[in-house]
Design a protein around this ligand. Sequence first.
Ligand code: ZN
Length: 78
Amino acid sequence: MKTATCLKCGACWIDGQLHWASGKVADEKDLAGLVCQPVGDDSCINPRRNDTTGDSWQKRKARMDILEIEQRYGFPGS
Ligand SMILES: [Zn+2]
C-alpha cells in the first residue's frame, strides 16, 4: 500500500485514491476547490490543485443562497 499525505491540506492518497483527512473517499478536483486553492501553495501535492471544475466554497455558498431564497420566498416548483 502506497500512501502520500499533503502536508498543506492533510488530504491522503492511498494507492492513488484520494481520501479526506476524515478517511472518506474524495475527488481531487473538489479538494482543489475546497482546500488546495484557498489554503494551499506550491507545496500542495494535489495533482489537480489548479483545477477549478470541482466543488468550491463559492459554489457551495451559491447553492445555500438559492436554498435560503427558496425557503424564504417559496419559489414555485422548489
Ligand atoms: Zn493539498
